[in-house]
Design a protein around this ligand. Structure first.
Ligand code: HEM
Ligand code: HEM
Length: 192
């Protein structure tokens, strides 16, 4: 039998994947504040701030899900690779997965800290607000949010490579890598 990631790890992978793939273009809305008029023209008055709050709320959810993911990783380590990957491919997978974990924790933390330093509220879907985690300082806020943006672009680059690699395993090598994180039936694995 080909082992898979634990069910909770697979579920968390796909929820976070959908949220993060949405967050990247979503976040770009804020880069240019000129977008405010265009967005409010399309979606109505106040919509820009609602999108902004949505970005913050989803970002906080990603942070919470990543905490759960770290816990799940400690409880259920990655399954054995059958058949094993070549050492360079295994190394590339380990390094890129580790980098994604770090970035997916650091990026929302930088967003949270940057908005805290600006002293703007962080309402989570209108249910509660996140407390500030940085002193009020506009310069610090700018610096933290610039770093937030840089990390978000790094996530976008890594995810692009990650998805390309996943389909390379699935469609070119036709190995078991895609199956490990999925829910469907197993694809054939010639050469096993
Ligand atoms: C994994 C989670 C997150 C991702 C992937 C993400 C992604 C992004 C991206 C792509 C941008 C646009 C950057 C640019 O074009 O320069 C952005 C901007 C922004 N994000 Fe996030 N974000 C996340 C979480 C958060 C959180 C939790 C907060 C706050 C609580 C937040 C607050 C902001 C703010 C304030 C901006 C505007 C920054 C600026 O004015 O330069 N983000 N985010
Ligand atoms: C269409 C989108 C995606 C596909 C097809 C995909 C595919 C895969 C596959 C096949 C694996 C298993 C690798 C192995 O054998 O170890 C995996 C693991 C992983 N993926 Fe993705 N992925 C996608 C999106 C994402 C996104 C957007 C992120 C980050 C936000 C991400 C982060 C990870 C991480 C950290 C792992 C390591 C296993 C874990 O702890 O969940 N993936 N992915």
């Amino acid at each position: 039998m080909i082992p898979r990631y634990a069910l909770l790890r697979r579920v968390l992978h796909w929820i976070v994947a959908v949220l993060v793939i949405g967050m990247i273009p979503g976040g770009l809305i804020f880069t240019e504040f000129d977008n405010r008029d265009a967005i409010e023209g399309l979606f109505g008055a106040g919509s820009f701030n609602r999108f902004y709050d949505l970005h913050k709320s989803v970002g906080v959810v990603v942070l919470a899900l990543m905490a759960a993911r770290v816990g799940a990783m400690l409880v259920w380590p990655a399954p054995a690779r059958t058949p094993p990957l070549s050492p360079p491919v295994r190394l590339a997978a380990t390094v890129s997965h580790a980098a994604l974990y770090v970035l997916l924790i650091v990026t929302p933390l930088l967003g949270w800290a940057g908005v805290s330093a600006f002293r703007a509220p962080i309402p989570v879907f209108g249910f509660f607000e996140m407390p500030p985690i940085a002193p009020q300082d506009r310069e610090l806020s700018r610096w933290l949010l610039d770093l937030h943006s840089a990390c978000a672009f790094a996530i976008a680059a890594l995810v692009t490579i990650h998805v390309a690699a996943a389909f390379w395993h699935r469609n070119v090598r036709e190995d078991t890598v895609f199956y490990r994180i999925g829910f469907g039936r197993r694809r054939p694995t010639p050469g096993e």
